[in-house]
Design a protein around this ligand. Structure first.
Ligand code: SF4
Length: 387
């Protein structure tokens, strides 16, 4: 079976940089006019829309992105929340608070604790849950995930995972247990940078990680989320790779809905500072560019971004937002004193959340902008053979 990994050598970052540099505002205007009048853009056009020249035309780009989003998705924003199961990890990603070398307080939630936290989220109307963990199969193995899915599937119509990459049969076990979505970000598509920021651990295997969305789609996952960790590489070049990856998955795995996330690096234990910081304006340009070229893709924004920017982005392309997120296992339990509880020591989070508003407040902001919050977009009863 073919793989996107085979396409990677044909993408030349130096050629992309030249293309980005040479784009003119005239070319950008022509492309925007064409999209506006129903023309079908090419995936290569991402270089035009993420160019510095397009940055000067952000207002018309944003207006067009807004119109397209409205036409395809209406005035709706889907809501979800992450639930961290474990902050143990065998990897040494230089940008992450869970890096094995960081001396942080660690814990893995058991089924009872996960269920308690999940119920708290359910009480806040969350119906789409993302289970997250570091890469430590000894702590969070397939068995635990399978049983957890069994515990939660009655409460949550949509369950997704953001964990270490697996083989297709393992993904299939989780799909059969009731998990229908997979989020796995390549972090950076540049193999040299990838090696530098992942100096040790199983995550060093670029090819295995890159193949995970394909293996997940082959296992049957209904939703596949991909993304680049913004700050590790030139965001314009990274967007080019990401667009090609999304287009590849849409073509070869059309039964899965592909969504794109835009995680920007946040301060975390270890104090990593990004080599390629991405400004708010550049982030908006990237989101608009993806909306213009992928009108039907889900575009996801997490609480890594500040409240004001998230509010501003409602309607401009984003279709899915997390809210009230905690990035530590046990984080939703009421632990105001940071002391151990019945489940173990208070654990540290993966990164500092920027938008720390409660779910209710985020929902109010969305409604104040004239948009509806969608808590549930799917029911397993819709499937031909519901599990
Ligand atoms: S990014 Fe993921 S794999 Fe890397 S250290 Fe953090 S939790 Fe582990």
């Amino acid at each position: 079976m073919s793989s996107f990994y085979e396409i990677i050598p044909s993408i030349d970052p130096d050629r992309i940089k030249v293309k980005l540099r040479d784009v003119t505002t005239k070319q950008v205007k022509a492309l925007l006019d064409s999209i506006n009048s129903g023309g079908i853009p090419q995936t290569d056009d991402i270089a035009i829309l993420t160019s510095p020249a397009a940055g000067e035309l952000l207002e018309p780009m944003a207006q067009l992105a807004k119109d397209i989003t409205l036409r395809r998705f209406g005035r709706t924003i889907q809501m979800y929340a992450p639930l961290y199961i474990s902050n143990h990890c065998s990897n040494s990603c230089v940008y992450c608070g869970f890096n094995v070398h960081n001396k942080i307080s660690r814990r893995t939630s058991g089924r009872e604790e996960i269920l308690s936290e999940a119920r708290l989220l359910k009480n806040k109307h969350i119906s789409q849950l993302l289970l997250v963990s570091g890469e430590c199969p000894a702590e969070v193995g397939i068995d635990l995930l399978e049983k957890t899915a069994g515990d939660l599937k009655g409460l949550f119509p949509s369950l997704s995972i953001e964990i270490y990459p697996l083989d297709t049969p393992e993904y299939r076990r989780l799909y059969d247990a009731g998990i229908d979505g997979l989020a796995i970000y390549q972090e950076t598509y540049d193999q040299e940078i990838y090696s530098m920021v992942h100096p040790a651990g199983p995550k060093r295997d670029y090819q295995y990680r890159l193949g995970a969305p394909e293996r997940g789609a082959a296992a049957g996952f209904r939703q596949i989320g991909i993304g680049s960790l913004l700050g590790l590489n030139n965001w314009r070049v990274e967007s080019y790779y990401l667009m090609q990856h999304a287009a590849y998955l849409m073509k070869h795995h059309w039964k899965s809905q592909i969504s794109i996330s835009f995680p920007r690096l946040r301060p975390a234990a270890g104090g990593y500072s990004p080599d390629y910081p991405v400004s708010d304006r550049e982030l908006v340009q990237m989101i608009c560019a993806f909306r213009l070229l992928l009108p039907d893709a889900g575009l996801v924004l997490s609480t890594r971004e500040p409240a004001e920017l998230r509010d501003h982005l409602i309607g401009l392309g984003i279709t899915r937002m997390s809210a009230g997120s905690k990035t530590a296992p046990g984080g939703y339990l009421d632990k105001t004193d940071n002391k151990p509880d019945e489940y173990g020591p208070a654990a540290e989070g993966q990164f500092n959340v920027s938008d720390d508003r409660p779910v209710k407040e985020v929902a109010q902001s969305i409604r104040a902008k004239g948009y509806d919050t969608v808590w549930k977009d799917w029911d397993k009863g819709f499937e031909d053979n519901p599990k």
